[in-house]
Design a protein around this ligand. Structure first.
Ligand SMILES: Cc1cc2nc3c(=O)[nH]c(=O)nc-3n(C[C@H](O)[C@H](O)[C@H](O)COP(=O)(O)O)c2cc1C
Length: 174
């Protein structure tokens, strides 16, 4: 099994980072992890050159996309910033467009596990994440099999115990 894990938080050893590491420790097979904030990740220009060939951007998304296209499982993580995912993760998701527009490439059937961290202890962002899944992740053909929320998680490593337990008890079936 091939897994690609994306840390969409800029905070090293932060909540997403710790939870993604816990998930990666659980999965069998090849696991490759990317810390988006350390990489050269450029915005989609909407040039639509991907309709005829590859994305023209020669940045680190190229190698991440190649890995995602071969993956069985994609782990996506982000803290909530002002009620939404980070710009880092959103930029990667925008770049999925190059695959959805290209008839020779497909993200169809890739399973996705999400990790969402937030300081707010309530369910306030659940609907937004559902909407994001329908309009972006499932729109490009991937299937969200689990969303792990760490609610009430503010400082590094604080408020993530429930999420760690959920990861511990979650049986990953691909
Ligand atoms: C710029 C910024 C905006 C934030 N906005 C929100 C927010 O709207 N709602 C919330 O619950 N937490 C918000 N937070 C808190 C983070 O979501 C929370 O600390 C999270 O656990 C950080 O995860 P990380 O350690 O992986 O970066 C914000 C944090 C930052 C730095």
């Amino acid at each position: 099994m091939k897994t690609v894990a994306i840390v969409g938080s800029p905070r090293k050893e932060g909540n997403c980072d710790l939870l993604v590491k816990a998930l990666c420790d659980k999965v069998d097979g090849d696991v490759e992890s990317f810390f988006l904030n350390d990489l050269d990740v450029r915005f989609c220009d909407a040039c639509l050159s991907c309709q005829e060939g590859d994305c023209i951007k020669d940045d680190d998304i190229r190698k991440i996309m190649d890995k995602i296209l071969e993956a069985d499982l994609l782990i996506l993580s982000s803290p909530i910033y002002y009620g939404q995912i980070t710009a880092q993760l959103k930029t990667l998701i925008d770049r999925f467009y190059q695959v959805s527009r290209n008839p020779n490439k497909s993200l169809e059937g890739i399973k996705v596990i999400e990790v969402i961290t937030q300081a707010n202890p309530t369910d306030i962002y659940d609907d937004y994440i559902d909407f994001l899944n329908k309009t972006a992740i499932e729109f490009v053909g991937m299937e969200v099999i689990k969303t792990i929320f760490a609610k009430g998680a503010a400082d590094k490593g604080q408020g993530i115990d429930n999420a760690l337990e959920e990861i511990e008890n979650f049986e990953i079936k691909i």
